[in-house]
Write a protein that binds this ligand. Structure first.
Ligand code: FPP
Ligand code: MG
Length: 324
C-alpha cells in the first residue's frame, strides 16, 4: 500500500473541487482519525484491520488534500494514552507503523517528486527502537521537500509537548542562554514539536466524539473545529468537502480572531521590553535603551533556537544511525 495515492475524480467531485477552490481553502488540516475499532467491529474484524484501513484512508485523504490545495496535514496516529491499550493492539500498531515507514523509505523518490516532507511530532523516545530509527530516517530523508507536509503525531499529547518546551526553556535560562523575560508565547511556540508549522486552519475529528483528546491544544486555539459522526475508515471526499465548506462559512470570524491574538502577542513582547528597561534604568529609560534591549533579546533568542535546532538534528542523526 503506497503513501502516494493517485485517484481519478468523478465529474461531480471535480465540480465540487472547482467551486470550493474559489473560496479560501485551509492551508493546514489537522485530523483526529477516530473510529477505527468500531469500524472493525462492524466488519467483524480485529482492531488492527480497522487501523490498517485507517492508514489507507489517510493516504486517500492526502490525495484529496493535494487536489484541494491543502498543503499541510497533521494526523493523530498514536497518543501517549494509547500505550495503555492491550499489548496486542499496541504491538500491532507499532508493526503497522514500522511496515509503513519502511515502505515510505522505499518510496523516497516518489515523495521527492511530489515534494512531500514527513515530520513526526511526539516523544520519539517512548517508541520502540526500530520505529524510532525508521522515523528518524523518514524525517531526514524528506526534510528538504517543501511542497506539502505530512506531520504524524506519534507518542504525542499536547500536555507532554508543552512540558517538554517548558523544560527546554528552563534549561536555556539555567545555562544563561536566555533571560526569564525572554520567555513569551512566541518563543514557547518555537520550542513545540510543531515549530516551523503554521497553526491548523481546520481540525476534523471523526466518529462522533466531540473532544480534542490532548491533540494540538496550543495550536488549535483559533482553528475551525469540525466534528463528524462518520467513522474514520468510512470518511469520504464528500465529508472533507463538507468540512472545508464549514471552514469557508466561518473563515472571516476565524481570521479576525487570529489576527487580534497575534497583535496582542506583539504588544505583550513590547511591553515586556519596556518593563525590563524600567527596572534597569528607572526614570532615565530612553527609546535607545528599549531598542538595544529588544535587539539583545532577539539575538539571544536566535542563538538559543539555532542551538536547539542543531541538537534536534543531531538527535535525529543519532537515532537513525542506531542498529535495530
Ligand atoms: C483511533 O481509533 C485510531 C488510532 C488510535 C490509531 C490511528 C492509526 C492509524 C490510522 C494508522 C497510522 C499509521 C502510521 C504509519 C503512523 P480508535 O482505535 O480509537 O477506534 P474507536 O474509537 O472505534 O475505538
Ligand atoms: Mg477512539
Amino acid at each position: 500500500m503506497t503513501w502516494i495515492v493517485e485517484q481519478d475524480r468523478t465529474w461531480a467531485e471535480w465540480a465540487a473541487l472547482r467551486i470550493l477552490r474559489v473560496g479560501p481553502v485551509p492551508n493546514h488540516l489537522a485530523i483526529i482519525m477516530d473510529g477505527n475499532r468500531r469500524f472493525a467491529r462492524k466488519e467483524h474484524k480485529d482492531a488492527l484491520a480497522g487501523h490498517t484501513r485507517g492508514f489507507h484512508k489517510l493516504t486517500e485523504v492526502l490525495c484529496w488534500c493535494r487536489d484541494l490545495g491543502i498543503n499541510e496535514v497533521t494526523a493523530y496516529a498514536f497518543s501517549i494514552e494509547n500505550f495503555k491499550r492491550s499489548k496486542q493492539e499496541v504491538d500491532g500498531l507499532m508493526d503497522l507503523a514500522a511496515e509503513k515507514f519502511a515502505k515510505l523509505l522505499e518510496e523516497k523518490e516518489k515523495l521527492e517528486k511530489h515534494g512531500v516532507c514527513i515530520r513526526v511530532i511526539g516523544d520519539l523516545n517512548l517508541l520502540p527502537q526500530r520505529i524510532k530509527k525508521l522515523t528518524g530516517e523518514a524525517i531526514l530523508a524528506t526534510r528538504h521537500n517543501t511542497k506539502c507536509f505530512l506531520n504524524l503525531a506519534l507518542a504525542y499529547t499536547s500536555r507532554d509537548e508543552i512540558c517538554s518546551a517548558m523544560n527546554e526553556l528552563s534549561q536555556g535560562v539555567a545555562e544563561g542562554q536566555l533571560m526569564t523575560s525572554d520567555i513569551s508565547e512566541e518563543l514557547l511556540e518555537k520550542c513545540l514539536h510543531t515549530r516551523g508549522s503554521r497553526d491548523p486552519d481546520l481540525l476534523v475529528r471523526t466518529s462522533g466524539e466531540v473532544r480534542l483528546s490532548d491533540f494540538l491544544l496550543w495550536q488549535s486555539g483559533f482553528s475551525c473545529l469540525f466534528f463528524t459522526k462518520v467513522l474514520w475508515p468510512e470518511f469520504t471526499i464528500w465529508h472533507l468537502f463538507g468540512a472545508v465548506f464549514y471552514y469557508q462559512r466561518h473563515y472571516h470570524t476565524l481570521t479576525a480572531a487570529r489576527q487580534e491574538c497575534l497583535a496582542l502577542r506583539q504588544c505583550m513582547v513590547e511591553e515586556s521590553d519596556i518593563e525590563c528597561c524600567h527596572t534597569k534604568y528607572g526614570d532615565k529609560v530612553s527609546q535607545e535603551h528599549i531598542g538595544a534591549h529588544a535587539s539583545a533579546r532577539k539575538e539571544r533568542i536566535e542563538n538559543f533556537l539555532a542551538k536547539l535546532h542543531e541538537q534536534k538534528l543531531y538527535y535525529l542523526q543519532q537515532i537513525s544511525n542506531t542498529s535495530d
